[in-house]
Write a protein that binds this ligand. Structure first.
Ligand SMILES: Cc1ncc(COP(=O)(O)O)c(C=O)c1O
Length: 464
């Protein structure tokens, strides 16, 4: 371990945490029956150290696909510090130097897009997009075109409205009732097409997109304002849409005058090997939301990016006192976010991390395929760039998912080895069976090989 904290005795911190912190997404009972909460103390590059000084190789960029440029980037910290002492905050009705400069850089990476709206979480960015769609419906279509379509297995956030667009029933369970006007369309997961009535052997991508059109026709095209999709479904199973899907989606949106909202909260800023996931598929969205990798977690920042056409709808008539986007996000005015995001983008460019993501992503897929040859429990491997999944099944023919406890056992075995991997969790009922890998874009071949070697060991121990 090179980097390094010397004082390992932070038992007071562990006790304060156990007594007072309510962690995200976990059951706390084990902390009162012998287990300690995990405290991550330090990070450098691809690695983090916990309260016991134990080193971990992080194959999930901070647990939830965020720290894209790796830990310990002093240049980002310096840029944030310099900005904070100059101006930490002013409400977003005014501009800021890093806000303007980052918006300009970001739009350079997004041909066809035009305007950046700053907020501070992925859920919030999606909520803002939904609000825009609703306001456009009121302004342009007498309130009619207000429905928002979302896809089975996709996720768009943790707030009640973003959960209303949530295609993960286990994640949503017990949090209803939800907001009206959000309509589900079927997933496009080829590996599980046998569970969809009428799914064809050939041209599944087009068929899956046609299912969206069916829903639009059922609902009435003049009631549907937007379609919200992840470019690659993340927590729902790392699902890349099949060939033919996106082209049809774009045609359908054009045909029925439906805004295409792409949720790039996970894929945005490099994860799949292009700046944005949708750019892999030649799609031209109307609204794009992004968060996690925008500043790699060095500061909280999320953005909603729109076309000029969408922006125009909110400024076309200045005599109407209601005719603008009447929305605010207090912390969308924090300058640390765009200051960090500017440096983050510079690092990706200077270190050619998109090319590295493509090369290391290909290596990760090759390694996972080799594991699939060795372990019958791996039914499918899939991914794009440094965003990969391995779906575990108890029977390759029926594709029956393995017991989720076993999936968690694999994750736990890796953790014991000092390797942090992810798995779909409390997402789709009975189908939380996909191991997830999203190491930082700085991954080396050795890192990738170490990740898959650890998974190999874990699979051998758990499944024999
Ligand atoms: C695709 C997607 N959209 C939105 C969100 C919500 O982002 P946040 O947790 O920043 O609100 C997430 C979070 O995991 C996500 O994966």
């Amino acid at each position: 371990m090179d980097g390094t904290f010397s004082d390992n005795d932070i038992s007071n911190v562990v006790e304060a945490d156990r007594a007072r912190v309510w962690h995200h997404l976990i059951q706390h009972q084990p902390f009162f029956t012998g287990a300690d909460p995990r405290i991550i103390v330090e990070g450098k590059g691809m690695r983090v150290w916990d309260q016991k000084g134990k080193e971990h190789l992080d194959a999930v960029s901070g647990g939830v696909w965020t720290v894209n440029v790796g830990y310990g980037r002093t240049e980002i910290a310096d840029a944030v510090r310099d900005q904070l002492v100059k101006l930490n905050y002013f409400a977003g009705s005014a501009g800021s130097i890093p806000g303007a400069l980052f918006a300009e850089r970001l739009i350079e990476k997004m041909p066809g897009m035009s305007r950046v709206y700053y907020v501070n979480s992925g859920s919030e960015a999606n909520e803002k997009a939904f609000k825009m769609v609703r306001q456009i419906a009121h302004k342009r279509y007498g309130g009619q075109k207000n429905k928002i379509l979302y896809r089975d297995r996709d996720y768009h956030g943790s707030t009640i409205a973003s959960m209303s667009a949530g295609g993960q029933d286990e994640r949503n369970a017990q949090y209803g009732p939800f907001v009206p006007g959000f309509i589900r369309v079927p997933h496009c997961m080829e590996y599980r097409k046998h569970e969809q009535d009428g799914a064809p052997e050939a041209n599944y991508g087009e068929w899956a997109a046609d299912q969206i059109e069916k829903v639009i026709l059922q609902e009435g095209p003049d009631t549907v304002g937007a379609l919200c999709l992840e470019p690659v479904t993340a927590g729902g199973g790392v699902i890349e849409a099949p060939e033919g899907y996106w082209q049809r989606v774009q045609e359908i949106c054009k045909k029925y005058d439906i805004l295409l909202h792409i949720d790039e909260v996970v894929c945005g800023v490099g994860r799949t090997g292009t700046w944005f996931g949708y750019q892999q598929y030649g799609v031209q969205p109307d609204l794009v939301t992004m968060a996690k990798g925008v500043a790699s977690g060095y500061a909280a920042i999320a953005c909603l990016v729109t076309t000029e056409e969408v922006f125009d709808m909110f400024k076309d008539d200045a005599t109407d006192h209601m005719n603008y986007f009447r929305d605010i996000s207090t912390f969308g005015g924090c300058t640390a976010g765009p200051a960090a995001a500017l440096k983050n983008m510079e690092i990706i460019e200077n270190e050619e991390l998109l090319a590295n993501t493509n090369a290391m992503g290909a290596r990760m897929m090759d390694n996972l395929r080799a594991l699939q040859d060795k372990h019958a429990v791996i039914g499918d491997v899939r991914g794009k760039g440094l965003f990969c999944g391995a779906e575990l099944v108890s029977d390759r023919d029926t594709r029956e998912p393995v017991d989720e406890k076993k999936v968690q056992a694999v994750v736990g075995d890796c953790m014991a080895q000092g390797l942090i991997i992810g798995a779909t969790n409390r997402s789709v009922p009975g189908k939380n069976n996909t191991l997830c890998f999203s190491p930082a874009l700085i991954s080396t071949a050795d890192d990738i090989d170490a990740i898959t070697a650890g998974v190999d060991e874990a699979l051998t121990r758990v499944f024999g």
